[in-house]
Design a protein around this ligand. Structure first.
Ligand SMILES: Nc1ncnc2c1ncn2[C@@H]1O[C@H](COP(=O)(O)OP(=O)(O)O)[C@@H](O)[C@H]1O
Ligand SMILES: [Mg+2]
Length: 224
């Protein structure tokens, strides 16, 4: 079943948070998901140790560059989605995960527009695609965008990137307290309902839209 990796050598780009938003939303939609924790900092594993993890989400930790290919393959035979959260370096483990992926998502902070890490990832994907003799679908996801930023401004940046041959996701992930709380308190976004988290419904809508776009991209780009 489809393998989705989150990659950007820049720390703080939003890989872990966006991977978790996607995994919990797919689980809310009724899917089974394996989350592979490819970061020695173990953020995903720590989230999994908190109460509230849906039973349909399996966490795989203790991942190394030697084992990740087999771990991804095994997981893809077991659950409907495999999501790989990668470390903030360009390592052999990252290259191996990208080589296995049906879709690579490259989070870039919309606020700082620090895209250098993203460009590095895109080159890595191009090399892996050449080696594997297949296209590796990928797109940039703007994260932590300001809720106040006019969507037209964001669309302009997306169009500029598209014009220079860089695919961007239509859905950006807005900066929301709820997304930070997800990692701090565990569980899913709907668990945060009624916990006095600001704009929780908007955070949930954003997560739904993002997961919807990811699923649509996977369908469109499904391997023959
Ligand atoms: N959409 C978001 N809204 C609010 N905070 C966010 C969002 N995305 C990331 N963050 C915060 O930014 C920091 C870095 O994000 P993280 O997902 O850990 O990045 P990475 O995994 O790429 O290093 C974390 O403190 C996280 O809580
Ligand atoms: Mg991370």
């Amino acid at each position: 079943m489809p393998i989705i990796s989150f990659a950007n050598p820049k720390g703080g780009a939003g890989k872990t948070t966006t991977a978790l938003i996607l995994a919990t939303q797919l689980a809310e939609n009724g899917a089974s998901v394996t989350l592979i924790d490819g970061d020695p900092e173990r953020w995903i594993s720590q989230w999994g140790d908190l109460p509230g993890k849906p039973d349909t989400i399996t966490i795989v930790g203790s991942v190394s560059e030697d084992s990740i290919v087999d771990q991804i393959e095994e997981a893809s035979g077991k659950t409907q989605f495999v999501i790989v959260d990668l470390e903030g370096t360009a390592s052999l483990m990252v290259a191996n995960a990208i080589g296995m992926s049906d879709l690579v998502l490259i989070p870039i902070q919309g606020s700082s527009m620090d895209a250098r890490g993203g460009a590095k990832t895109i080159r890595l994907i191009a090399n892996q695609a050449k080696m594997a003799r297949r296209a590796i679908p990928h797109c940039v996801v703007f994260t932590r965008t300001s809720a106040a930023v006019r969507s037209r401004a964001l669309r302009n940046v997306q169009e500029q990137l598209t014009a220079s041959g860089i695919e961007t996701c239509k859905t950006a992930i807005v900066e929301r307290a709820a997304y930070r709380d997800l990692l701090d308190y565990g569980g899913t976004l709907s668990d945060l309902r009624g916990a006095e988290v600001s704009n929780i419904e908007k955070a949930i809508d954003n997560a739904r839209e993002f997961a919807g776009e990811v699923v649509a991209r996977l369908k469109q780009e499904a391997r023959p």
